[in-house]
Design a protein around this ligand. Sequence first.
Ligand SMILES: Nc1ncnc2c1ncn2[C@@H]1O[C@H](COP(=O)(O)OP(=O)(O)OP(=O)(O)O)[C@@H](O)[C@H]1O
Ligand SMILES: O=C(O)c1ccc[n+]([C@@H]2O[C@H](COP(=O)([O-])O)[C@@H](O)[C@H]2O)c1
Length: 208
Amino acid sequence: MGEHIVPGTGKRRLGVMGGTFDPIHHGHLVAASEVATRFHLDEVVFVPTGQPWQKSHQQVSPAEDRYLMTVIATASNPQFSVSRIDIDRGGRTYTIDTLRDLRAANPETDLFFITGADALAQILGWRDADELFSLSHFIGATRPGHTLTDPGLPDGGVSLVEVPALAISSTDCRERVRRGDPVWYLVPDGVVRYINKRGLYGEEAPQT
Ligand SMILES: Nc1ncnc2c1ncn2[C@@H]1O[C@H](COP(=O)(O)OP(=O)(O)OP(=O)(O)O)[C@@H](O)[C@H]1O
Ligand SMILES: O=C(O)c1ccc[n+]([C@@H]2O[C@H](COP(=O)([O-])O)[C@@H](O)[C@H]2O)c1
């Protein structure tokens, strides 16, 4: 365990950044970019959740809005792409389904699932946690306010990596918009404009 580069197998290396992305912010983008460089990834695919079951107690913006914000935020980076698989599958989103589908669509590819320290600490509570590690390597990225520790995950299945710390959360971005405070420079400019255009996070915001 610890920060190390997983030895190459000669296969294509695909990073997978799953998230609710409500909205996507620069913390997500910096984590993906840093991990891509350190782990020599060929591509990072961002996968917005359909229904994030662990956030069922809170209101979540429509999947199409979260998907479009993710496309806008990643469009200028040739190494980044966005997948609709979790949205189009329907129902609650489980990472085991995400990885099975990506594995089926990309047979000659090594998968690297990227999570923040908060999500990494929860993985043993995810559906079919044992099988997750046979489908993908997991990379836990530092996140301000969350300690990056080994939560007892399988040997060799997880790497921890220090990324430049950005104390940004989607929760904070939503609250700032609700209060009328700016989110410029916390999220990409196009995402600020999209939030304004769609009236997200205000009193009249569209809901799922
Ligand atoms: N600032 C950040 N630095 C590193 N990783 C992050 C950061 N923000 C989010 N992540 C990671 O990105 C993934 C997707 O996060 P998510 O879309 O839930 O954003 P969030 O900011 O945690 O949202 P919310 O505040 O609504 O819970 C998770 O693995 C999360 O740990
Ligand atoms: O598979 C699960 O049981 C599971 C439980 C919670 C979160 N996840 C995944 O973790 C990623 C980050 O989730 P979130 O809720 O922090 O946006 C996203 O890809 C989710 O689908 C997955």
